[in-house]
Design a protein around this ligand. Structure first.
Ligand SMILES: NC(=O)c1ccc[n+]([C@@H]2O[C@H](COP(=O)([O-])OP(=O)(O)OC[C@H]3O[C@@H](n4cnc5c(N)ncnc54)[C@H](O)[C@@H]3O)[C@@H](O)[C@H]2O)c1
Length: 341
């Protein structure tokens, strides 16, 4: 008997939505069922580019469509919770772009909708599909650099004109720590676990016409006595990358999401002389691996296995980011309030 092909719709009509649509087209277990964008021109333009004939402007027309199995939400952060809950309540599976939502209240609504229904939720923390980061995770898990003592990551961008459709990125609730910093926080949490407490300083010197601070440094303590640091900026005058360092008792890994290699430094000994050996390990450059993200989403639906980047993982990222914003505003350390599931 032939396997069922999953009908998946993409909500949103941006260049990023196109990558997701192409990921669906490439996966033999999936069919690009529809493109939906509130703006008819953007919906039609993307549908034409990717050869999709079902085009909509109101996501609610899809919610109760019996033919639809799943959706990929590539919409502004402010509507993630509303759209996710609507589709989950109708039993559809959802891949929601990061950040999962802008507040813990919204994350909890989404967790509840998933818990009470049959649809499952994956959060698009794309760093977990980035080849350099996945390799780093595997090497650390194998013990190549020993026990971790300090981990750091960053999300450093020049947002200048990247305001989003109708300036949605300028909403003060869309603090850059939550909207972009969730990538760096997620990478550290993926490797080192959930920090208990955070402290942060932030400044506002570059994007002065934006409502929130543009640059933040946060420090935190991870389980197992691992110190951590996150740097987030939307006003950096440099190329985008997520430079990250993992310092262990036996070695160090330096990696990012825009280079063709990661660097590893390891203890070594030759003829009785101890020294640190440096090596580059080649990786594919792919800082938005939508194909892999869609492949993992489809795989989890087809096999019934847990979503690889679960709703709880996405909610924990938002919890840490919200604590960072609060710590910087209040000037004292903040305990992270993880959702009670
Ligand atoms: N994973 C990553 O690295 C990454 C990178 C960029 C953006 N994102 C995330 O992807 C999402 C979309 O970002 P973007 O850069 O594509 O934004 P964008 O502003 O370029 O596009 C958003 C699209 O959503 C449409 N839209 C708005 N409200 C809608 C609604 N109610 N129903 C249907 N369509 C609606 C708009 O018309 C627009 O076409 C955001 O959550 C953002 O944080 C993730």
């Amino acid at each position: 008997m032939s396997e069922k092909i999953l009908n998946i719709a993409v909500i949103g009509g941006s260049g990023l939505a196109q990558k997701h649509a192409e990921g669906i087209i490439k996966d033999p277990r999936a069919n690009l069922y529809a493109i939906c964008d509130i703006d008819p021109e953007r919906a039609s333009a993307l549908a034409e580019k990717v050869g999709c004939t079902k085009v909509l402007t109101d996501y609610r027309e899809l919610v109760n469509d019996d033919e639809l199995d799943a959706v990929v939400l590539v919409t502004p952060d402010q509507v993630h919770a509303e759209h996710t809950c609507a589709f989950l309540n109708a039993g559809k599976h959802v891949l929601c772009e990061k950040p999962m939502a802008l507040s813990m209240e919204e994350c909890e609504q989404m967790l509840k909708a998933e818990k009470e229904g049959t649809g499952r939720l994956m959060v698009g923390q794309i760093g977990r599909c980035t080849p350099a980061f996945a390799l780093t995770k595997r090497l650390i898990a194998k013990g190549r650099i020993g026990e971790l003592m300090f981990v750091e990551s960053e999300y450093a961008h020049n947002y200048g004109k990247a305001r989003g459709y109708k300036d949605w990125r300028l909403d003060p609730r869309r603090h850059i720590v939550i909207g972009g910093g969730c990538h760096a926080v997620d990478f550290l949490r993926w490797i080192a676990g959930d920090p208990e407490e955070v402290y942060a300083y932030s400044t506002h010197k570059v994007l002065t016409d934006w409502p929130t601070d543009d640059t933040t440094i946060a420090i935190m303590k991870f389980p197992g006595n691992i110190a951590g640091k996150v740097f987030v900026s939307s006003g950096c005058k440099r190329g985008y990358t997520m430079r990250s360092c993992f310092y262990g008792t036996k070695g160090t890994i330096i990696c990012d999401n825009t280079s063709d290699h990661i660097q590893i430094f390891e203890d070594n000994e030759d003829e009785g002389r101890k020294y640190t050996k440096a090596a580059n390990i080649p990786v594919e450059i792919n800082n938005h691996n939508a194909f892999e993200e869609i492949r993992q989403f489809v795989e989890a639906i087809v096999t019934g296995e847990p979503m690889p980047i679960s709703a709880l993982e996405g909610a924990h990222d938002v919890a840490v980011c919200a604590a960072i914003v609060e710590a910087a505003a209040k000037g004292h350390p903040i305990k992270v309030k993880y959702p009670k599931v």
